[in-house]
Design a protein around this ligand. Sequence first.
Ligand code: FAD
Length: 323
Amino acid sequence: MGKKILVVAEVRDGEFRNVSFEAVAAAKQISSDGEVVGLLLGEKVNQLGEAFIAFGADRVIAVENDKLAQYTPDGYTQVLQQVVESEDPDGIILGHTSIGKDVAPKLAARIGSGLVSDVVSVEVAGEEVLFTRPIYSGKAFEKVVVKDGLIFATIRPNNIPALEKDESRSGEVESVEVDVKDLQTMIKEVVKNTASGVDLSEASVIVSGGRGLKGAENFKILDELAEVLGGAVGASRGACDAEYCDYALQIGQTGKVVTPDLYIAVGISGAIQHVAGMSNSKVIVAINKDPEAEIFQIADYGIVGDLFDVVPKLTEEFKKVLV
Ligand code: FAD
């Protein structure tokens, strides 16, 4: 039987984050010919409705309110709760992003629902929806079926492919007024501290540096390689702790979890806490001077050598074919 699935979009600086479209694709699978309702929250989000439909939403609800201009846990939770109560969906999908990780459990508690978090794939078998999610820091995967109540899940970015954009798709974009009570917190200003234009959690190529880089100034060789590959620069906690780079770049158990098509680990030993954040990358390349380094155990390709020789050579070779 067709289900109604609500998909909460993530919009940053007036643009969708890709995970919004991936969430629509997951919702389409789950709804099996039911209805996928996109939800946009923020200022001037109405104008994004048609793009959401082009990526597969059947109908879009736009809640415009200046109190939603920046994400706040209580603002979003209030609005989501009201929309869920009025729409009464069979399921809700959000991205497993900083916002999704924060708001989804709050909403689940408010509406008395369970939550399947950090889903990497969705299968439908008859009436059952099977979610696959990593456990034990990515060392194993479990399959979860929601037996009763709302199908509420957050999906990990870069795992479920979005549908092709099709501008011929049509659907209604509805502006909905929602009462947002006074917020407990207010964001006054957002100060961005990453130089790269590529969002780490959605990058298809990541060049990541560890303590082997030996200094902040040496990260420039990673910037150069990342630029040629159109990717983003990440780091191990070792590199962040040594102040070679900002913690915003940290990948791992206590940093960002990433799933790029290509992950190049440079001068990173492969500690379990780092691997927890990148082991699902599609292709992993490790560059390390120690042939016994743990990182080689999970790498698809390994280069044993001094990173200060290897990385500039790779950049030069990629330039010849890509630039
Ligand atoms: P190191 O382990 O020092 O490795 C440096 C590597 O560089 C070595 O393998 C060395 O052979 C190589 N190298 C050195 N010079 C060169 C050269 N010239 N050319 C090539 N290779 C070279 N870590 C994370 O990354 N992310 C996390 O989220 C995270 N969370 C943690 C949470 C907890 C609770 C704890 C306890 C730890 C956490 N850690 C995390 C830390 C983790 O355990 C490791 O200490 C850290 O990942 C090590 O960073 P590294 O690989 O850069 O440094």
